[in-house]
Design a protein around this ligand. Sequence first.
Ligand code: PFF
Length: 482
Amino acid sequence: MALAGSDAGANPAASTEKWSSRFAFIMAAVGSAVGLGNLWRFPAETGVNGGGAFVIFYIFCVVLIGLPVLLSETLIGRAGQSSAIESMKNVARKSGASPLWSLGAAVGMVGAFLILTFYSVIAGWVIYYAGVFINDVSSSLSSGNISGGAFAGMNADAIQDILPALHKNADMMIAMHALFMAITIFVVARGVHGGIEKVAVWLMPMFFLLFLGVTIYSLSTGDTSRALDFLFSFDAQRLLDPKVQLSALGQALFSLSLGSAMMITYGSYASRDTNLAKTSGMIATADTSVAIIAGLAIFPIVFAAGLSAEGGPTLLFATLPTAFQSMPFGSIIGLLFFVMVFFAALTSSVALLEASVSWAVTRFNANRAMLAVGFGLVAFVIGTWASFSFNSQSKLYLLNFGIFEEQNVFNFLDKLTGSVLLPVSALLVAIFVGWVADKQLVDEENGMSGAPHMIWRFLIAWLCPLVIGVILITGLFPQIVG
Ligand code: PFF
C-alpha cells in the first residue's frame, strides 16, 4: 500500500510544485498560521469570552486536537500529492475507501474561501491604520515631537472615532479591501515558488523581528501584571460554558489554519524528507506562542490606558491607537505595529486563496493567474457585502438560532466558518485518518514511532472525533446541556 513519491506522476490531478526547502515550507506554513487570527481574533475572543477560561481551553484544544489534526492534514497532502480535495480522494482510493471522504477537504475549502472574504476587509482596515500612523509620524517629525505619544493634541474620543469614521466611509473601506485583495491575488497568481514562498521567506522573519520589538516595548511600558492576571486566572464556571468551549475550539482551528483544506494543500508541496511530525510541532508552537505573546503585548497597553478588554472585533483598532497616545514614541510604534500585522495578514490570505486556486488548477488544468483573479474577485464581492455590516443595523436571518441568532453578515460568516465549517472539516479529517485511511500508508508519512506515535494514534482516532463532535453539538445547541 506504500505510496511512492513518483507514482503521483501518473495521476492527472497530481501537483507538480514543491517548496524549495524545508525552511520555505516552515515559513509558508507558519506564515499561514500566524495572522489576524493571532493578533486580532485571539485578543478579541479572549476579551469577550472572559479571559483565562477561554485561554486555558484554547491551549487544551491546540495541544490535544490542533496538533494531531495538523499532522493528519499535512500527511494527507503529502501522501495524496495534489490539491486538498484530490489528495484526500487519492488517499481514500489507495485505502480502498470511498472517495466521498474528500468531503472533509471540500468543506474546508469552502470555509477557507469564506474566511478570505472577511479577512480581507479587516486587513483593509490594517492598511488604512498604517496610513493613519504614517501621517502621524510625519506630523510628529515636523513638530519635533517624535519621542512623544501618537496623535498629539487629539482628544481620546476623536481617536476612538477613527474606526467608526472609516466604517461610514464605505468608499475608503472598499478601496482598502480591494487593495489588499489585489495584493493577495498578485502573490497567488505568481505561484508557489515565485509568489507564496517568496513572500513567506521575506516577510515572516521581518514579522518576528517587529513582533519581538513591540512585545518588549509593551511589556516595559504597560500594565503587565493585570494582563497576566486577565489571561491566566479563570472562573471555572466559564470553563464549562459550551459557547466558550466552541469559541476556543474554533479559534484553535482558525489560528492553526486547520479544517480549511489549507494545511493539506501546503503538505502536498512538502518533500519526502521533511519530517511532518516535527514540522507540525514547530508550526503549532510558533503559532500558539505568537497568540499568547500578542495577548501579553496588547492587554498591558489596553489596561495601562484604562480601557476595556471587551472591544471584540474592534479591540485592535479602536483601543490600541488610543493607548499609543500615552506611550513614548507612540506614532512610530503604532506604525510598526500595523505594518507587522499587515505582513502577518498577507502570508495568511495567500494561503486562504491558494486552497481553492490549487484545487481548480489541478481539477480543470486551468491557468493559475486567471483562477486567482476569478476567485479573488468573488471573495472581494462577498467581503464588500460583509463590510456593510459595520455601518448598518441589518441582521441576517438565514440561520436564526443559537450562536447565529440575529447576526449581521460579517459575524455570520465568522461564526459559520469558525464554529461550523472548520470543526466539521477537522472532524472528518480526524475520523478519516484515525479509522479509514490505510494504517501503513499513514504510518509511513507521519515520521513517528514509539510512545509519541501511540499517543498520536489515540488522540486522532478517539479524542479528536469525540471532543470535536461533543463541542460542536453542545456549542450549536446549548439547550441540550440546559
Ligand atoms: N490562521 C490564520 C490566522 O490565524 O490569521 C487564518 C487562516 C489562514 C485560517 C488560512 C485558515 C486558513 F486556511
